[in-house]
Design a protein around this ligand. Structure first.
Ligand code: TRP
Length: 453
């Protein structure tokens, strides 16, 4: 993608193109891999409710704001922030927001690629019939042996990282985004099938209860922060990914409506994944808090035992890899766009360098599951630490700044004309959310986690 896109598409198809790109970015490992396992680790229902509230009150208004900043700036996040700061005659330091986003993207991709590598490896495992008739113990052993091997993880991580950088370098993002058109609906259908399978188990109700019970005593201080961080992560907010995509959005498109659609699709996919997985967890005596391997230890049991499971298993992991690819390109695009537009790198060169750097950082995550399993910083492995710093700190802080910038720094007439909400009350509501509710909520959650509240 280039920044000076003056699209000649019709209104509808351009809006649709943006929806595809943004949905492709939003729906990914966050929904299918991360949401279930962190829900399991944080006690279920109450966590889900906090997450949903964060999507509604913080995520959607910020998605609207971030898209709007991108469209007004028309550049990579760093330059967009520079240009908008100038327009609003605000403090120059605001452009550090763009910087933080670029760094957060690279850090997230470093572990995202490792997990996407697992999903790729599972395509092969599904294909070679590894899940056939397997019980929970066999599936668990399969997973444990797999992650115990640094070489295997490095191989798949390298493969996924190369695929991502190849797509970004060739600028074939477009093709990938178009494929989101059938990717997301297919993923949706498969998830429904898996929910159907979960319904046939005796533990279906128990799984549902776990996901929707409202036992707030299970929420720790960190759980609340994790739920909020995940709202940012799953919607791809707070680091400039959506800002980059917003830059390609034609002027006459309603930003708000597209944001609702993207957020709704993203949330439905995550909830379906949870409903498909938790019954299996209880049915097979697994633990909801098994951590990052949760989907790899549960879904294969279903594939191994359901009719047509061989094919469905392959298809599922293939779709998951593609969903991950359409997310990973948006994690690295801000860094690449900046090198190309500011440092005069060719697109290829920018991709090689950012790709190599991210790949190298990813080794930390690879080793977190084997040789450095016991190397802990603040009681966390390197992978957990990276995830904590990015999802729970950098994205919410980025989101906070975006909200403050859009609500308080930009001139009202600029945001109003950029958003062109169909009716006045919806603009007023957005403005109230972005000025008060979103920043205050983020701030309160931070106070809560450090124990002040
Ligand atoms: N939202 C994606 C997912 O759920 C991950 C992702 C893509 C992301 N781009 C992002 C997360 C930007 C944070 C910021 O899998």
């Amino acid at each position: 993608m280039t920044t000076n896109t003056q699209t000649t598409h019709s209104h509808w198809s351009s809006r649709f193109a943006f929806i595809l790109a943004a949905t492709g970015s939003a729906v990914g490992l966050g929904n299918i891999w991360k949401f279930p396992y962190i829900t399991g680790e944080n006690g279920g229902g109450a966590f889900v409710v906090v997450y949903l509230a964060c999507v509604l009150l913080i995520g959607i208004p910020i998605m609207i704001a971030e898209t709007m900043l991108g469209r007004r700036g028309q550049r990579n996040p760093i330059e967009t922030m520079e240009m908008l700061t100038e327009e609003a005659q605000a403090d120059k330091n605001w452009h550090y927001l763009g910087w933080m986003g670029v760094i957060a993207g690279v850090l997230i991709l470093s572990y995202y690629s490792v997990i996407a590598g697992w999903a790729s490896a599972y395509v092969l495992k599904a294909f070679t019939g590894n899940f056939f008739d397997a019980d929970a113990t066999a599936i668990q052993t399969l997973f444990e042996n797999f992650v115990a091997s640094p070489m295997q993880l490095i191989f798949w991580h390298s493969l996924f990282m190369s695929a991502t950088m190849w797509i970004v370098a060739r600028g074939v993002n477009n093709g990938l985004e178009k494929s989101v058109r059938f990717l997301i609906p297919s993923l949706f259908v498969l998830l429904i099938l898996l929910v159907g399978y979960a319904m046939t188990t005796d533990s279906y109700q128990r799984g549902l209860d776990f996901m929707f019970n409202l036992d707030f005593s299970k929420l720790t201080r960190t759980s609340v922060l994790t739920a909020m961080g995940h709202a940012f992560f799953t919607l791809s907010l707070g680091m400039g990914a959506i800002m980059v995509y917003g830059a390609y959005l034609p002027k006459n498109v309603s930003i708000a409506k597209t944001a609702y659609l993207v957020a709704a699709a993203d949330t439905v996919v995550a909830l379906l994944a949870g409903v498909a997985i938790f019954p299996l967890v209880f049915e097979h005596g697994l633990h909801p808090a098994s951590g990052a391997g949760l989907i790899f230890q549960t879904l294969p049991i279903a594939f191994g035992n359901m009719t047509g499971g061989w094919f469905i298993g392959i298809l599922f992991f293939v779709l998951l890899v593609f969903a991950a690819l359409s997310s990973s390109i948006s994690l690295i695009e801000p860094a690449v766009a900046w090198l190309v537009e500011n440092k005069n790198f060719s697109r290829e060169k920018a991709c090689v360098w950012t790709g190599l750097g991210t790949w190298f950082l990813g080794l930390g995550t690879v080793f977190s599951f084997n040789i450095w399993k016991d190397v802990l910083f603040f009681e966390r492995t390197i992978f957990q630490l990276l995830d904590y710093i990015t999802s729970n700190l950098m994205l919410p802080i980025g989101g906070f700044c975006i909200a403050v910038f859009a609500g308080w720094i930009m001139k009202r007439e600029h945001t109003e004309s950029e958003l062109e909400m169909p009716c006045k009350p919806s603009y007023t509501l957005w403005r109230a959310l972005i000025r008060y509710v979103a920043p205050a909520s983020i701030f309160l959650v931070f106070l809560h986690v450090i124990g002040v509240l």
